[in-house]
Write a protein that binds this ligand. Sequence first.
Ligand SMILES: *Cc1c(COP(=O)(O)O)cnc(C)c1O
Length: 374
Amino acid sequence: MLPYGRQSVSEEDVAAVTAVLSGDWLTTGPHVAEFESAISAMVGGHRAVSCTSGTAALHIAYAALGLGPGDEVVTTPMTFVATASTASLLGATIVFADVEEDTALIDPGAVSALVGDRTRVVAAVDYAGHPCDYDRLNELAAGVGAVTLADAAHSVGGTSHGRPVGDLADITTMSFFPTKNLTTGEGGAVVAKDPALAQRAAEFHNIGLIRDPDRFEITDQGPWHQEVHELGLNYRLTDIGSALGLSQLRRLQQFKQRRAEIKDRYDQALDGVAGVRVPVRRDDVDPAWHLYPLRVLDGRRREVFEKMRAAGIGVQVNYLPVYWHPVYARMGYRRGMCPHAEAFYAEELSLPMFPDLTDTQVDHVVEQLVEALH
Ligand SMILES: *Cc1c(COP(=O)(O)O)cnc(C)c1O
């Protein structure tokens, strides 16, 4: 089965990991700091805190913001459940804003109608790798004293108006799962523009431990002493994963370039094919395409999905609207709430998209798709 997404691991990546395995540190060692510095450099100098997954990154970000009961997070239903569920775990209330009909990105118009006194975070998702309209989202959030969070699990390496993902929202979370734009096995990162927020994120991801003597409340202990002021978890990325991430980061622009070529090749081949709609791109954004979200019209998505899978093409559907998940349905969220997101979900079919996909494979996917649509 040709997968919809897959890591690209080079000899250099293997050598980088092997070198760590025979060194002194497996977990927090020099590669963790080096990887975090490299992410920071990529996003315009804001501090990056690496962690064990994109889900952990979201949990860390919301925890660092001090989110709790009574706080609202305005977010999109067209995302992986973790964008919302990690805030729900902290007791916050999720308010779903509908997406734009064509891009499936959170609609600033919908956000504007939903933000208010209780809003603490506007959490946007750069679906498929396409950055959202952060100029407007930042303005809307700031207008009610909230912050923006970019769930950039899909969009690492992309830019908007010439600025890198990681420099667009107040706080950005990344995922380094193997299908994403670069991988550390499992892994993720939080980038925060506010250094105090980044510090809170770093502490939460390290059990809340404080080692800076200037901040100690207990001052009569010895050199071994460390203490906890706020609760945290162990979400630390390993030195092994960080070495892989550093090595992968060197090829991120290559990966992005190849993803863009694949996007163009699909676009050209599918231009004029009846029964489908190709993904759109707004002016002034340069996405690192994580997905190729085709739309299959006329109620035929399931049929086409099944035919493609039967033909050995590992298509995928991204995503079930978050509030359809039983856990949210039981909280009282009703279907029909975000019609654009639901219409998008009904038609969406992710075609294979990963850097090592060859032109021949792309052409084969298109042939099978045209066949399935017959
Ligand atoms: C993959 C993903 C996550 C979660 O990342 P993991 O590393 O798998 O935990 C969160 N949000 C979005 C939009 C994702 O695609």
